[in-house]
Structures are given as structure tokens and as C-alpha cells.
Design a protein. Structure first.
Length: 127
């Protein structure tokens, strides 16, 4: 459904350290800086872009917004979460773990990146 996601950052160097660790935990490659100075990650058929806001104002996190990353296993989600915390992220919501939801059994892990964007690692169990 989605081709790409874009988040703003006030410090692309901090963002690169953080997101390189997250994508590395999922088996992805480090981000590349494109001709417009944006940090770009390509992984599992999608793109994730980090940029300074085009309007020149400070980047802020979306209130109520969450960006979800599909994981291949609960272990991958846990490693993703640990990598994020070790590289400038903050653990938020409940601790990483399994949840029973109306959509079935899932494993979730939540982080805020260095700019406050809320991220979620999600693995759906095949029940």
C-alpha cells in the first residue's frame, strides 16, 4: 500500500547513527545521502527517508502518529528495539513483548527516535 515514509530530523548525523542501527538489526544496509541531502534507506521493497523540513522550520514528531516496521520474527523485533535504545532512541509504551489483539497474536516493540518520532516493530504470529 505504501511506497515510502518520510520523517523530519533536526540532526541528520544522530538520525543516521540511530537508523543505521535499526535497519542493520533487520538485515538492512546503512542509509545513503541523496543529492538533496536526505538520508535514504531501501529495505524489503520500501523506502524510508529522513530529511530536514523543506520549510526550514524545526522538525517535530506527529502527535498520535506511529510508523510501523514489519519484522520477520519476535527476535528480530527485540534486536531492533535494543539497537534503537543503544543508539539514541527511547523505549516507549509497554515493554517489548507479545500481545493478544482483535487481529490475533502479535509481538510489538516501540521506540521514539532522536527527534521524537514514534516507531513500532511488529511481528504477526501465524496462529
Amino acid at each position: 500500500m505504501f511506497s515510502h515514509m518520510v520523517v523530519g530530523s533536526n540532526d541528520l548525523t544522530k538520525s543516521k547513527t540511530f537508523y543505521d542501527a535499526l535497519f542493520g538489526a533487520m538485515g538492512g544496509e546503512p542509509g545513503n545521502t541523496d543529492a538533496l541531502g536526505r538520508l535514504v534507506y531501501a529495505h524489503r521493497g520500501s523506502r524510508f527517508v529522513i530529511t530536514k523540513p523543506i520549510n526550514g522550520e524545526a522538525a517535530t514528531a506527529a502527535n498520535g502518529g506511529t510508523i510501523g516496521f514489519a519484522m520477520n520474527s519476535p527476535e528480530e523485533a527485540s534486536i531492533w528495539h535494543e539497537a534503537g535504545v543503544a543508539n539514541g532512541g527511547t523505549s516507549v509504551e509497554n515493554p517489548p513483548g507479545e500481545r493478544q489483539t482483535p487481529m490475533g497474536r502479535i509481538y510489538l516493540a516501540y521506540l521514539r527516535d532522536p527527534d521524537g518520532n514514534k516507531l513500532c516493530a511488529r511481528y504477526k504470529f501465524a496462529d
